[in-house]
Design a protein around this ligand. Sequence first.
Ligand code: HEM
Length: 197
Amino acid sequence: MLCLAPLILLAWNGLNGNLSANPISDITNETGIWTIRFIVATLAITPLRRITRLHGLITFRRMIGLFAFFYGSLHFTTYIWLDQFFDWRAILKDIPKRPFIMIGFASFVLMIPLAVTSTQKMIRRLGGRRWDILHRLIYITAVGACIHYIWLVKVVTYRQIVYATLVAALLLFRLLWKLRGESLQKTHQPAKKPLAA
Ligand code: HEM
């Protein structure tokens, strides 16, 4: 219910005439910002779980990730439907003028296989290792989302910097954790026995 609150609030503001003179832009921006927020929240679960040892957090990861996809779908639909009225020619003309849309589109498309394979059945069918590798696509989506956000503004403000820093920190955490794991593995490996003479 909490994850639906941004949508309910947006609908409430829309119905009560509380949006700006350009409501379509408001809806695009609001759904876009919530997509990036949910992507960051999804990426934050694993580091939080490792630091706090609250392993139960994992149960929220799939739902939060699916909400990122849900808000991404609303954002995409707002652009295609409310902004461009399914006018594919206008869209093709718009993209070279605003190339950041292409990056947003690529980031969104990469989320589709993640959403499709999010069920227990798909995890079993793919096997844990392959599922893990596939779900690393979220890293590319997160970087793409930050590029999309930075590229679309004329002047970069603290908002874009905050999201880009969060994504960089969450990805760096994973890299450092992996390196730590590898070095621990090396130090705990039993010393090789000298060859018998
Ligand atoms: C992972 C996918 C995506 C993320 C995270 C994302 C994120 C964002 C964010 C944060 C904003 C700005 C919000 C603000 O200023 O408050 C935005 C704006 C926008 N996005 Fe996306 N977006 C994504 C995908 C897409 C896609 C698929 C399209 C269209 C095909 C798109 C088109 C736009 C447009 C047209 C704007 C408004 C730009 C303007 O104000 O002129 N985005 N997006």
